[in-house]
Design a protein around this ligand. Structure first.
Ligand code: G3P
Ligand code: CA
Length: 297
């Protein structure tokens, strides 16, 4: 496998991180063939390497790092007293021991609990005894760990309709922690299922890369492209022609819209979506996806 010297130029044109050579012969003769022309998507550890460690914890960030995975994905929400934390569900009971600690507080909504209360919870034991004592991270703790590990973050604003102003608050916190400076900006993408929320992020900080989670109709893509750089659909909703249609529209920063698809946890599916031309694969098992892509290229 060789990396084509012109990859930087071509990659910049079509927004890919790497292009792989068809064959050495083709390069030598100047012929091009699509036969072995593999596009190598980036692998993103979904909620951290959540197949191997409790989702959305520092242990899951470290598990991704231990596998050599640069990109992690998480979910941001807000406590009753206005602190930003990392959790997927809008309630605390699936991924913590809240039902034991606060038995009379059903339905255990995040927005009904203070940060102090949430910090008392065990967010690891539900996944396995090795992770007992793992806590729900604040956004700040989470960013510090991603930074220490030299990783990159696909940050999801989860259910932002429940947390008015969370876009501005999240950006303010990221800026305070240095994540919006020139060097860090390329290490951050902010995404949401809520299009208005993505639009707000783009309006407040047009320099930040953004993604819309979902599978908009092709006819609506130009509208999403006003405020998004990525369209991030679930993998069962896509095919090669949809991916091509998305990538043929320029996003908010004038580059072709990228496609990061989720949640792909097996090698054959990873190879299949890579063949459709996606730019990123979001997965609970980033080693499985990466190894399958490596073997196929
Ligand atoms: O990043 C894609 C994926 O996280 C979206 O779905 O429910 O896992 O947040 P969900
Ligand atoms: Ca998510």
């Amino acid at each position: 496998m060789q990396i084509r010297p012109a990859a930087a130029l071509t990659g910049a044109l079509i927004g890919m991180s790497a292009l792989f050579l068809p064959t050495a012969t083709a390069q030598a003769t100047g012929r091009t063939t699509h036969h072995h022309h593999h596009h190598h998507p980036v692998t993103v550890a979904h909620r951290g390497a959540s197949g191997y460690a409790p989702e959305n914890t520092l242990a899951a960030v470290d598990a991704a790092d231990d596998l050599g995975i640069d990109w992690v994905e998480n979910d941001i929400q807000r406590t009753r007293d206005g602190e930003l934390i990392v959790m997927h569900d809008t309630t605390l009971n699936r991924t913590t021991d809240v039902e034991q600690v606060f038995p009379d507080r059903a339905p255990w909504k995040i927005s009904d609990f203070t940060l102090d209360e949430i910090e008392k919870l065990d967010a690891g034991s539900w996944f396995g005894p090795d992770f007992q004592g793992e806590t729900v991270p604040t956004l700040e703790e989470y960013m510090d760990r991603v930074s220490d590990n030299h990783q990159k973050l696909l940050l999801e604003l989860k259910a932002p309709e429940l947390y008015p102003g969370i876009e501005r608050q999240t950006l303010r916190e990221l800026r305070r922690e240095g994540w919006l400076d020139h060097r860090h900006k390329r290490r951050l993408i902010v995404q949401s299922f809520n299009a208005e929320s993505v639009r707000t992020v783009h309006r407040l900080r047009p320099d930040v890369k953004t993604g819309f989670l979902g599978t908009p109709a092709v006819a609506d893509l130009p509208e999403y492209a006003e405020f998004s750089d990525q369209i991030n659909p679930s993998y069962p909703t896509i095919d090669a022609s949809y991916v091509a249609a998305v990538r043929s529209v320029d996003g908010a920063h004038g580059k072709p819209l990228e496609v990061y698809t989720w949640t792909v946890n097996d090698g054959p599916t990873a190879v299949s979506v890579a063949g459709m031309g996606v730019d990123g694969i979001i997965t609970n098992k980033p080693d499985v996806v990466r190894d399958a892509l490596d073997d196929a290229s």
